[in-house]
Design a protein around this ligand. Structure first.
Ligand code: NZQ
Ligand code: ZN
Length: 383
């Protein structure tokens, strides 16, 4: 196991009817800006619960943060923050709203070209404090200090991370997820699955606890993912998925072990150019990465195959490919297409993505050996 230093200060408030905790968690006398997306929180009652709890406290609203949140939208929120002297932010929604809030928390305290926060990691010395009410389990953004922001003008989707943007608290009420459409349930399960594999499906370094933890997350997803699609309001299923997604990317399972992230890096370009949902891109790319990199990842693929999918028959190579096939069919079982053609994309799309990797000179993977040529090989397998 490698050396590590780990600290995660996010206070998690988990369970039924936990939104009223906002009354104590938001500082007294704060001038709060509530940030949300396209209105799902108005339709499922979450907005009413938040407003009821904030009754009597000074608050303003900023809505319309879309999926794959845009820099341009964030700038409008910053104008409002300056105009209304806001000093606390409350993100209510999924990863997009939370990520936008993280960027806004930083950018509202910065000067100059604010896009350089994302491109050059030019952070101010502090961020505005914020909390979250999570309504879509997927990204882990509620308990990490990462964010992904898109500049619409140039189709750039980029991530950054700084401890400055750990939420002060996150409220996780699984009942808020009952209103999710099937597509978003599936997206959340697949995103969590791939966060886990990015930190687990590399090569063994003797991190037994990290491995068992990762396998536990994957098993929870396999057991509950399809259940969530079939049974609309099962609290236990939703609670397990919500907690698993937080653990998929709260930093814990990455400590002391190598990390990959090639699938995410390739996937972000598919979203930036063609607008696919984040998880749809991952469902396409991961089986291709595992296929092309199967020799380097063989030990972990065998381990996952056996411990998560119960694969024990066949020789080593057969078991490796059975494990990759199990991942692909799990994604398809969640109703998500795992090939570019499922989304009307072909070879031209691959060329565009590969060209961008060439331009940027990016090399990916835990061994830093996934060149643009290998990205092409991976995507060709997913036509
Ligand atoms: O905008 P509203 O109306 O709220 O609708 C949203 C949105 O259309 C809807 N939704 C959310 N909660 C709902 C609901 N609909 C009904 N009932 C509810 N309870 O779901 C749609 C998608 O929401 P979004 O926030 O975009 O989804 P997700 O949480 O999957 O976030 C995706 C974004 O997070 C980034 C992705 O790249 C993408 O931009 N990621 C962030 C990460 C991080 N911060 O650590 C890591 C991830 O790998 C990921 O890259
Ligand atoms: Zn992700």
């Amino acid at each position: 196991m490698k050396n590590f230093t780990y600290s995660n200060p996010v206070k998690i408030i988990f369970g039924k009817n936990t939104i009223p905790a906002l009354a104590v968690e938001i500082p007294k006398n704060a001038r709060t800006l509530i940030l949300y997306g396209g209105g799902s929180i108005k339709r499922n009652g979450v907005y009413d619960q938040v407003i009821e709890t904030l009754n009597g406290k000074i608050h303003f609203e900023f809505s319309g943060i879309g999926a794959n949140p845009e820099y341009e939208t964030c700038l409008k929120a910053i104008e409002l923050i300056r105009e209304k002297n806001i000093d606390f932010l409350l993100a209510v929604g999924g990863g997009s709203v939370i990520d936008a809030t993280k960027f806004i928390a930083l950018a509202s305290q910065a000067e100059g070209d604010l896009w350089e926060i994302v491109t050059k990691y030019k952070y101010p010395y502090k961020a505005m404090p914020f909390g979250t009410v999570l309504t879509l389990p997927a990204t882990g953004s509620e308990m990490n200090c990462n964010a992904v922001i898109t500049k619409a003008e140039t189709h750039d989707k980029k991530s950054f991370n700084t401890p400055l943007v750990f939420p002060r608290f996150s409220i996780l009420d699984p009942e808020t997820t009952y209103s999710l459409p099937a597509r978003q349930i599936a997206n959340g399960v697949i995103d969590t699955f791939v966060h886990t594999t990015e930190q687990y499906l590399t090569y063994p370094v003797g991190g037994a606890l990290q491995d068992y933890f990762s396998e536990a997350i994957l098993k929870v997803l396999v057991k509950n993912g399809e259940q969530a699609l079939k049974v609309p309001k099962n609290y236990e299923v939703r609670a397990n998925l919500m907690w698993a997604s937080t653990w998929g990317l709260n930093g814990w399972i990455a400590q002391g072990v190598p990390e990959d992230w090639a699938t995410h890096m390739i996937g972000h370009e598919l979203t930036a150019f063609f607008g696919l949902d984040h998880a749809q891109t991952l469902a396409i790319v991961l089986p291709g990465v595992l296929d092309v990199m199967h020799e380097e990842k063989a030990d972990k693929l065998l381990q996952m195959g056996e411990r998560v999918f119960g694969i024990s028959e066949g020789n080593k190579e057969e078991r490796v490919f059975a494990a990759i096939h199990s991942v692909d069919s799990f994604f398809r079982g969640m109703g998500v297409g795992t090939h570019l053609s499922n989304y009307g994309l072909g070879k031209e799309a691959i060329d565009k993505v590969v060209e961008r990797f060439r331009e940027r000179g990016w090399i990916l993977g835990e061994h830093q050996n996934i060149t643009p040529e290998m990205v092409e090989k991976i995507l060709i397998k997913r036509l």
